[in-house]
Design a protein around this ligand. Structure first.
Ligand SMILES: NC(=O)c1ccc[n+]([C@@H]2O[C@H](COP(=O)([O-])OP(=O)(O)OC[C@H]3O[C@@H](n4cnc5c(N)ncnc54)[C@H](O)[C@@H]3O)[C@@H](O)[C@H]2O)c1
Length: 273
């Protein structure tokens, strides 16, 4: 059911690769809630993905941008201003990639060139994106910016490798920009920390199926589905959350506050028998 929560708002949504992508669900819902949007992704992902399908169903223009390139990002916001006919009320950063994780390099044996790429693609890109929006005067006063993150920023998850460091940096960038943009423009900046989700990026994590099942068993509500993550992100883009900023917000079925569930205890007791 649509509530018209984003009626008349304009947004930029990154990271929709295919129907499983969290950004895909956010884009579809933003459109259903009345927003006009521009979609963006890395030029290489455009060729692999199915973004044209999403563009057709949402009426969104697509502007390719490599999130590690300032020029691409400035072009993205200049183009968005033009396509949307005014400044952008909301921005979604839904980008993550680690060459070390993808190529199976352990955290104890990182390739540092790849480590730099992990941080650049998955975290610095958030700073760059916001800076490009500011430099091009594309961000509307009172707007909302959200990036997606994972609890490995706070606690160790064995297979998450250098992405944990990238997420810690990403969350810090959200706080810092949240301060500066809040003071100057009334713009809020938050991160949403999502449950493990079966997407292209998620499935690239070592031992993902085990991690997914573990989180499911450790969350009183179960793992949060990506469609519900989109609901939460839309609420953060809406005027219902105008005083929420500089927060890392868990959307994880209660995982982050749970020490042990009976299900996990029973499982380990059985194994110990
Ligand atoms: N899937 C999970 O388990 C999970 C859990 C918590 C948080 N997240 C986060 O959610 C976000 C979205 O991931 P997803 O799970 O929807 O997977 P996804 O693979 O669908 O999305 C990742 C996106 O990043 C884009 N990307 C990679 N390099 C880029 C670059 N240089 N420039 C621009 N875009 C680039 C990809 O093209 C892709 O669209 C990521 O930040 C991810 O870390 C995912």
């Amino acid at each position: 059911m649509a509530y018209g929560l984003l009626k008349g708002k304009r947004g930029v949504i990154s990271g929709a690769l295919n129907e499983q992508s969290i950004a895909w669900k956010v884009a579809a819902l933003a459109h259903a809630e009345g927003a006009s949007i521009v979609l963006t992704n890395a030029p290489v992902a455009m060729r692999m993905g199915e973004i044209d399908k999403l563009s057709a169903s949402t009426g969104a223009a697509v502007i390719p941008a490599d999130a590690t390139k300032d020029e691409d990002l400035e072009n993205l916001f200049t183009g968005a201003l033009e396509k949307l006919g005014g400044p952008v009320d909301f921005v979604l950063h839904s980008i993550g990639m680690s060459p070390n994780v993808r190529k199976g390099r352990a955290y104890t044996d990182l390739n540092y060139e790849w480590y730099k790429q992990t941080l650049d693609i998955s975290a610095m890109s958030f700073h760059r994106m916001i800076q490009a929006g500011v430099k091009t005067n594309a961000l509307a006063d009172g707007g909302s910016i959200v990036a997606l993150t994972y609890i490995a920023a706070q606690r160790v998850f064995s297979g998450y490798g250098d992405m944990a460091d990238a997420k810690a940096l990403l969350e810090s960038i959200a706080r810092s920009w949240g301060y500066h943009l809040g003071k100057k423009n009334g713009i809020r900046v938050n991160t949403v920390s999502q449950s493990p989700s079966k997407t292209t990026a998620g499935s690239g994590i070592k031992g993902f199926t085990g991690l997914f099942d573990f989180a499911e068993a450790m969350s009183p509500l179960g793992n949060a589905p990506t469609g519900d993550c989109a609901n939460y992100v839309i609420s953060l883009f809406s005027d219902l959350t105008r005083y929420v900023t500089m927060q890392n917000l868990y959307h994880d079925g209660g995982f982050s506050s749970t020490g042990a569930t009976q299900g996990i205890v029973d499982l380990l007791e059985k194994e110990g028998d």
